[in-house]
Design a protein around this ligand. Structure first.
Ligand code: ZN
Length: 168
């Protein structure tokens, strides 16, 4: 399922990407652009704007009720029954491309030395080259994702945890 998210819902857009969904989001965009993208790419429009929703008769759309991003996310996941399709950290939150896993050795020259030392699992965006890693800041995110999905910890198909290597 692909989405186009209204400009006022930036945090919802970011979290849908973190959970692995294909999301088109712009800091600024005319309503017409959002609608034409929804039509052209078969994206579901997410908005809190009643007027925009009314204009979007010919596209699939959802009117978001809450101002709270967690409740917004909950609404989207419930409405389209997406909790089973969640794949955390599988998509670049910058450019929306699917991440590829990256060996620690290959990551060495791409990240800061302290990141290289601390992180064990890396992934790279083939489109923009941005490198992601499983490090301490994920602990907090994992907790949030666990709350959202109503289970313990989140697991990523790309950034999945591996046993630390014994060889030096
Ligand atoms: Zn990217």
């Amino acid at each position: 399922m692909k989405f186009v998210v209204d400009c006022m819902l930036g945090k919802l857009a970011k979290w849908l990407k973190i959970l692995g969904f294909d999301v088109a989001y712009f800091n600024r965009a005319e309503d017409g652009k959002l609608l034409s993208l929804a039509r052209k790419e078969g994206r579901v429009l997410l908005t809190r704007d009643h007027r925009l929703r009314a204009e979007a008769k010919d596209v699939r759309s959802l009117l978001i009720g809450s101002e709270n991003w967690k409740e917004q996310l909950e609404q989207v996941l419930d409405e389209f029954q997406l909790k089973r399709e969640v794949r955390p950290y599988s998509r670049c939150i910058q450019c929306n491309s699917e991440l590829k896993s990256l060996s620690k050795r290959a990551a060495k020259n791409l990240v800061a030395p302290f990141v290289y030392e601390q992180a064990t699992v890396f992934a790279i965006c083939p489109a923009c080259g941005r490198v992601f890693w499983q490090g301490t800041h994920f602990e907090d995110m994992d907790g949030k994702i666990g709350q959202i999905l109503g289970r313990g910890r989140a697991s990523s198909p790309v950034l999945r945890k591996r046993r630390p290597s014994l060889s030096k």
